[in-house]
Design a protein around this ligand. Structure first.
Ligand SMILES: Cc1cc2nc3c(=O)[nH]c(=O)nc-3n(C[C@H](O)[C@H](O)[C@H](O)COP(=O)(O)O)c2cc1C
Length: 343
């Protein structure tokens, strides 16, 4: 692993990664959450690879940050995530991502979706750890040595019998680090996450292991770290419900609903500028629902706006239903991220 990544993981700071989430954590969400602070590294939504080299546009679509040194506006690096089952084409596409400026490649071995698994991608490969070795080693060979190739796995497909083999296969294939979502594919997203299995995987390898799954609060983060023995964690849904969680984990301000609303509004306006009001309205409702887990205000207002189809109506609905004066006095933030503007 090149020196700067080694010091990234081995330096004094416990790292927080923003989890990749297809259909949720797009470049605009990465921009928003990394501006709030506390997030050290992002991963794109998965880019599906079958048997051919994808056009450049596919990489720029899922990773517009490639146009700005593969970093978010606040300077946080973004790994390009590939998903597939064929070592050769995955290698070719990793090399293409590297040519386009990717700072690293992450390989998805965790996606539970039936359509993805039927087409031999994501968690299906967990059934046979050798296949993880084959994919990682092919991508490692095809990717310039100074760029990391990481793997993101679950504990297994139907059961956990191969969890240690999975970690070893990734390491033997040359993975720079491993992120573990502490459930099997069949466990879906059902709580609890089994962080204790991550500890066994971590003990079996020498690469850095990052713990993931069901980290919703500061206390969860602490327990996940204790149980898994991992310093570094990845958070997905927890950061959508509490966008200040990563910042608070670094000792920063834990945030309030009015501040959360400002970022929500900014994200919705950005989505509207980039993708239009219908896309923005779907994303607005989706994020509001997640925010409802942390903020009662968001939960209450979700019911009022869930049938609206224009993002302006949704923003207005939230403003009205919250009856908060702070909204009238602060300046509007209405800019799109530099990277997204260029596409
Ligand atoms: C809607 C949704 C989309 C996801 N998309 C991806 C993806 O594209 N790539 C990936 O590796 N994991 C994906 N995941 C899994 C997350 O990265 C993460 O491993 C999982 O949500 C557990 O972490 P959390 O409890 O912090 O959310 C997705 C999860 C959800 C809920």
């Amino acid at each position: 692993m090149p020196g700067d990544w080694s010091s990234f993981w081995n330096g004094p700071e416990d790292r927080v990664m923003l989890a990749p989430m297809e259909g949720v954590v797009d470049a605009m969400m990465r921009d928003t959450l990394t501006q709030i602070g506390g997030v050290d590294l992002c991963v794109t939504e998965f880019i599906r690879v079958t048997d051919r080299l994808l056009p450049e546009s596919e990489f720029f679509k899922d990773c517009p940050e490639l146009r700005s040194a593969d970093r978010t506006r606040s300077g946080v690096p973004v790994l390009v995530q590939l998903l597939g089952g064929q070592p050769g084409p995955l290698g070719e596409n990793a090399a293409r991502a590297a040519e386009l400026g990717a700072l690293g490649i992450d390989l998805n071995f965790g996606c539970p979706a039936k359509t993805v698994n039927r087409h031999d991608g994501g968690a299906t490969l967990l059934k046979n750890p050798e296949r993880i070795f084959d994919v990682v080693s092919s991508v490692r060979r095809a990717t310039p040595a100074h760029l990391p190739v990481s793997a993101k796995v679950r504990l297994g497909f139907s059961d956990k019998i191969f969890h240690v083999e999975i970690a070893k296969a990734a390491e033997e294939g040359g993975a720079s680090w491993l992120t573990v979502h502490a459930r099997t594919r069949d466990e879906g997203y059902r709580p609890p996450a089994h962080w204790e299995f991550i500890a066994r995987m971590r003990e079996a390898v020498s690469m850095t292991v990052i713990a993931n799954g069901d980290i919703w609060t500061l206390e969860d983060a602490q327990r996940a770290r204790e149980v898994s023995g991992c310093r570094h964690i990845m958070i997905g849904r927890g950061l959508l419900s509490d966008p200040f969680l990563a910042r608070a984990l670094k000792g920063g301000d834990p945030g309030t609903w009015p501040e959360a609303f400002e970022w929500f509004e900014r994200y919705v306006q950005m989505s509207q500028n980039e993708r239009g009001p219908h896309f923005a309205s779907a994303r607005a409702k989706q994020w509001l629902k997640s925010l409802g887990r942390r903020y009662n205000e968001a939960q209450a207002v979700f019911e009022d706006v869930k049938r609206l189809s224009h993002s302006d109506e949704i923003l207005e609905g939230v403003r009205q239903s919250c009856h908060v004066d702070f909204l009238a006095t602060r300046p509007k933030v209405n800019e799109a991220p530099a990277a997204a503007q260029e596409t």
